[in-house]
Design a protein around this ligand. Structure first.
Ligand code: HEM
Length: 505
């Protein structure tokens, strides 16, 4: 069968028709709960994901139509608390695939012992539609394919490459902050109000884009933003699963979703080809030129290139915006933390560039502490080991996806003491980095660690530095008691929502 021509044999159509009729009758007669229980029983009957001699592993019931993907992504915080009842190691489902969750530093350390050899399951267990969007990007590759691609993209994002660009990042942040009043949602005497989501999304995006494309014109930025909106609208199909897990079912149930995907692919290719053409015409050599040459030289395919550019820019937009909005919100809401930052910036104003690159500063601790208590996903995207992993008698089969409950490690972990939910950057002052390795998860572990960590941390820190240096920043509507802040769930990460009030210093 071809998804393009829609050819399907009569037998194929009959099989699909019968399956759908049976599904419809079962759901109508007995309700969705019966289907969920039957599927859970069927999938769990052979204790999948673990060896036959393993201690049995339990977990929440499979949910229609997708296992527990929605619960772990969009409702991760509540799910992490609820699923503690299944013990320190339990099983989730991504469609028909078992995924094992670990929650203790001891199991994290054991899992991490071969982290340089970890792999990613096919399409990260999300099925066909995700595979079409990101299946060939760097972060989804394994083995020699991954080594080949990481070698191509890595040089742009190393620590030394990021340090070389620090002046550009600093001056972009300074200019952006100076021009913030134009984004005001309301203005009074000496202060103005900003929407967190609206004010801090485009800045990290265009700065990351210029790392790849070189300086961009306003028209190029507008064009990139327009295509990004088309791609972001596809997120709906990435995580909702169901028919989108299968090529035929997507085509049968929602041809529009497939058409929109193909339309995005065309526009994304055209945009990148245009950028290459203009840079070449001007004799410029930003990283995109090197990537494009690898494609033209047959070292990398066009889908590998375009999907990795999507991963670096579009897919990561929600991640970096998440980190920025929480870092700003938490500093703004803690007066003593804010004052310490302002004092530290004043002490370092003779060499702000050097200050931005350091990791033994209060600024850096604010960044790390905000990621500790507000991680961008409560459950890691996951990876697998090629060895049997023994988590206290639960023997996980090689190749089974293993997830980390980040809140269990970063917050509920006894290592962080009784006030572990409080935002207190100074707590990181006297902890050795070797002690943090399995008690804090932020950029991942081993060879699959975040490739953009240095670029991202400079962008976040430069923006925070100039924002708090230039303005007195407070939460416009005030935090509720117990730190329950507005959460913006419009993207795939739970970003801080609400408004800030800024008064020029
Ligand atoms: C502060 C913001 C960011 C955070 C907290 C973050 C975090 C992470 C984490 C935890 C992983 C591992 C995911 C896994 O376990 O599968 C990862 C992978 C990755 N990140 Fe980031 N990331 C950030 C920003 C970025 C940016 C801006 C880029 C691109 C410029 C980027 C590029 C990547 C890539 C390519 C990978 C896959 C690496 C591989 O598999 O070899 N990240 N990131």
């Amino acid at each position: 069968m071809s998804i393009v021509t829609g050819e399907l044999s009569a037998l194929g159509w009959a099989a699909i028709g019968i399956s759908l009729t049976v599904l419809f009758v079962v759901i109508r007669e007995f309700g969705i709960a019966v289907l969920e229980t039957a599927t859970s029983w069927f999938l769990g009957a052979f204790n999948p994901g673990v060896l036959p001699r393993s201690k049995p592993v339990s977990g929440p019931k499979w949910r229609f139509p997708n296992g527990l993907v929605i619960q772990r992504f969009t409702d991760g915080r509540a799910s992490s608390a609820k699923w503690r009842e299944y013990g320190s190691v339990y099983r989730l489902w991504s469609g028909p695939h078992p995924e094992i969750v670990i929650t203790t530093p001891k199991d994290f350390k054991h899992f991490g012992s071969d982290a340089n050899d970890h792999g990613k399951p096919h399409n990260m267990n999300f099925g066909w539609y995700v595979g079409q969007v990101l299946g060939q990007c760097l972060g989804f590759q394994n083995g020699q394919e991954w080594v080949r691609m990481r070698k191509i993209f890595d040089p742009t994002f190393t620590h030394s490459a990021a340090v070389t660009r620090i002046e550009t990042v600093d001056s972009a942040a300074r200019k952006y902050v100076e021009r913030l009043p134009r984004l005001a949602t309301s203005t009074s005497d000496k202060s103005f109000t900003l929407s967190l989501g609206e004010a801090f999304t485009k800045f990290p995006y265009f700065l990351t884009a210029s790392t790849i494309y070189g300086p961009m014109t306003e028209a190029e930025e507008d064009d990139l933003w327009r295509i990004t909106q088309i791609r972001s609208a596809l997120s709906l199909y990435l995580f909702s699963g169901g028919p989108y897990r299968f090529a035929t079912a997507s085509w049968l149930f929602d041809r529009g979703a497939v058409r929109r995907l193909r339309d995005f692919e065309r526009q994304w290719e055209d945009f990148n080809a245009r950028i290459v053409q203009t840079r070449r015409a001007r004799g410029e050599n930003p990283p995109i030129i090197g990537y494009w040459e690898q494609y033209e030289g047959g070292i990398m395919t066009l889908p590998e290139l375009l999907q990795t550019l999507d991963e670096l820019l579009i897919f990561n937009l929600d991640v970096i915006t998440h980190v920025i909005t929480w870092c700003i919100t938490l500093i703004a809401d803690h007066d003593h933390v804010k004052q310490e930052l302002i004092d530290e910036v004043a002490t370092n104003q003779h060499d702000l560039l050097q200050y931005l690159t350091k990791s033994d500063t209060h600024l850096h601790r604010c960044f790390a502490e905000s990621m500790r208590i507000r991680p961008f996903t409560i459950f890691t995207p996951g990876e697998y080991s090629n060895e049997v992993k023994n988590f206290n008698g639960v023997l996980v089969k090689p190749g089974t996806q293993i997830l980390l409950d980040v809140l269990a490690i970063n917050v509920r972990n006894p290592f962080w003491g009784t006030n572990s939910e409080t935002f207190n950057p100074s707590r990181l002052k006297n902890i050795k980095s070797s002690d943090l390795r399995y008690n804090l998860h932020s950029f991942g572990i081993g060879s699959r660690k975040c490739m953009g960590q240095y670029v991202a941390s400079h962008i976040v820190k430069a923006l925070v530095l100039h924002l708090f240096r230039e303005y007195n920043v407070v939460l416009a509507d005030g935090a509720q008691a117990g730190g329950s802040y507005d959460v913006d769930k419009s993207g795939w990460t739970p970003k801080a929502g609400g408004y800030l009030q800024l008064t020029k210093r």
